[in-house]
Write a protein that binds this ligand. Structure first.
Ligand SMILES: Cc1cc2nc3c(=O)[nH]c(=O)nc-3n(C[C@H](O)[C@H](O)[C@H](O)COP(=O)(O)O)c2cc1C
Length: 191
């Protein structure tokens, strides 16, 4: 399996509107593959201008927020690049698309890093941040998973939250939990 970095991508539309979305970037040779499913705003934006900024952040609220309708986060300009970065980024890479493997469901955009920046220190690993990341991925796949699997994963991830979260990780997990509860209630009503 290839190495994947879980990141927040910033992209811009032709009109200049900024879009923020969590995305895993996939290591390939001396570059990175961005593979958004169709349809998505991220895909439309990189098709329009061939640019994406990869934000390396450990801010659990941004991952959880993007999955729960909280898509506006402070931005900062990058010199010489029309796409801004997240203000909260510890570091960023500007990626430029070099070639595309077309696909009806998930085209792969192979990119090279054209510039980078460092902004804040990394302050260490944390189980609750990792649990929020896993819960965010779970929430992005709710429709594909059986209810029992969702319930058991959330129960497991909550252990790390209870033991190691700060207020931000607790809030982020709660946002995701609300989505999960909503989804499970819908499944029960339908079923
Ligand atoms: C950690 C993480 C990684 C993700 N990676 C991908 C990915 O590689 N491709 C994808 O299509 N969606 C991925 N998603 C889901 C997208 O963030 C979500 O579908 C998003 O809304 C993209 O659509 P948009 O560009 O229209 O906002 C990921 C979600 C999370 C939480």
């Amino acid at each position: 399996m290839p190495y994947i970095r879980e990141t927040i991508l910033t992209t811009i539309s032709e009109a200049g509107d900024v879009h923020i979305a969590p995305l895993g970037i996939i290591q390939e040779g001396d570059g990175w593959v961005i593979a958004p499913f169709r349809p998505s705003t991220t895909l439309a934006n990189i098709e329009a201008n061939g640019l994406a900024v990869v934000n390396y952040t450990d801010d659990a609220k941004i991952f959880a927020g993007c999955l729960t309708g909280r898509k506006t986060w402070p931005l900062a300009p990058i010199g010489g690049c029309p796409v801004p970065r997240l203000e909260a980024a510890l570091a960023h890479d500007v990626l430029k698309v070099e070639r595309v493997t077309e696909d009806d469901t998930r085209p792969r955009h192979f990119c090279k890093v054209v510039s980078s920046g460092q902004h804040r220190p990394f302050t260490g690993m944390n189980r609750a941040k990792a649990a929020v990341l896993e819960a965010a991925i779970l929430v992005s796949r709710l429709k594909m998973l059986p209810a029992e699997k969702i319930e058991s994963e959330i129960a497991y991830l909550k252990i790390a939250i209870d033991k190691t979260a700060g207020p931000d990780e607790e809030t982020a997990f709660y946002w995701l939990l609300e989505k999960v509860i909503e989804h499970l209630a819908e499944v029960e009503r339908a079923g």
